[in-house]
Design a protein around this ligand. Structure first.
Ligand code: UDP
Ligand code: MG
Length: 319
């Protein structure tokens, strides 16, 4: 049992002036209770990350910081998007905290799951994923597209936690190791499982955003999903090669068919040659692109330079 860990709750905020006061009220009550129950240290904080907001978000954060000692903040130089803001927050928080929880500013993720996360942390887990048990409050469109996306990622061989967004607890050592992932196309929910260590999940019900509107319009959502696929899977590249072989096979069938027609005298001059050539060359070209793709995939993973291993326990240390 780790005694009284310092908890930092990292909350990215983009134009969230409408929700900040309510969020502060609820998180304050939560943290005070946890401190009183001796679950977390009194040095724990909520850290807002202002993601280059255009409204009064940063002014409000500074105001809250003045009034409430449990609240602090950092501000990015410009809007960099949710994932970058979150990473900025996590990397800052790891300097001060033993354990960090990331969550959205609109409290769509039930803050009562924090207790469960801390319990699992005390049981020896380094990562605890918040998983949405019910999406009743999400629109039909958002629910089906989101769930479809997680299933599709699985087909592509990406190890994603089903229905987990960015509501998660991570220990300091996970964040230390995570800082070695230098890639710039972030898809955090897919990257944390790569770090490893013992992990668990807690389930919670997702609420509606209580004020303001979503900062994730469809376009951003699609971009994010596309990033997730292309940052984690080379299967689309491999698909080109497979397609090439399929076309090459079709070209064989066409060849036989064309030759039979030629022998039975059912063709115009030159047709056999052309139809065979088109399919054969098509297949060869597709396979060639696929092979180039295979190498590009290799270059891609080399340039990401992800850590090749992370040691979790070392019995050699004498200290
Ligand atoms: N967010 C951010 N930068 C952006 C867009 C969003 O920091 O460019 C934050 C936003 O303030 C919120 C979180 O990311 O805390 C999730 O956004 P939102 O709730 O609008 O997304 P949704 O829940 O609709 O998917
Ligand atoms: Mg939201």
């Amino acid at each position: 049992m780790k005694k009284n860990p310092i908890l930092y709750v990292v909350v990215p905020c983009y134009n969230e002036e409408e929700v900040l006061h309510e969020t502060t009220k609820q998180l304050k009550a939560k943290l005070e209770k946890l401190i009183k129950d001796k679950k977390i240290s009194q040095d724990s904080r909520v850290m807002y990350v202002n993601d280059g907001s255009k409204d009064k978000t940063w002014e409000i954060i500074k105001e809250i910081h003045e009034k409430e000692k449990l609240f602090t903040g950092v501000s990015l130089s410009r809007n960099r998007g949710h994932q970058n803001a979150l990473l900025g927050g996590l990397m800052t928080a790891k300097e001060y905290a033993d354990v960090v929880i990331s969550m959205d500013a609109d409290l769509q993720d039930d803050i009562n799951a924090i207790d469960g996360m801390l319990e699992k942390y005390q049981e020896g887990n380094d990562i605890v994923y918040g998983v949405r048990s019910a999406r009743k409050k999400d629109s039909f469109f958002k629910r089906t597209t989101a769930e479809g996306f997680y299933k599709f990622m699985k087909v592509l061989g990406v190890d994603c936690v089903y229905n987990h967004a960015d509501y998660r607890l991570t220990s300091k050592r996970v964040l230390e190791e995570f800082s070695n992932y230098k890639e710039v196309n972030l898809f955090l929910r897919g990257m944390f499982p790569l770090v490893g260590f013992k992990s668990d999940v807690v389930y919670y019900e997702r609420n509606e955003r209580f004020a303001g509107e979503s900062k994730y319009p469809l376009k951003k959502m699609l971009n994010f999903a596309w990033d997730g696929i292309t940052s984690f899977s080379v299967k689309p590249l491999r698909f080109i090669c497979t397609l090439g072989f399929v076309i090459l096979f079709i070209s064989l069938v066409i060849m036989i068919y064309s030759l039979v027609r030629k022998i039975t005298g059912n063709t115009v001059d030159g047709w056999t040659f052309l139809s065979i050539s088109i399919w054969f060359i098509g297949g060869i070209q597709m396979i060639s692109i696929g092979i180039i793709g295979e190498y590009i995939g290799k270059i891609y993973s080399e340039t990401k330079a992800r850590p090749r291993f992370i040691i979790s326990e070392n019995l050699n240390r004498k200290d």
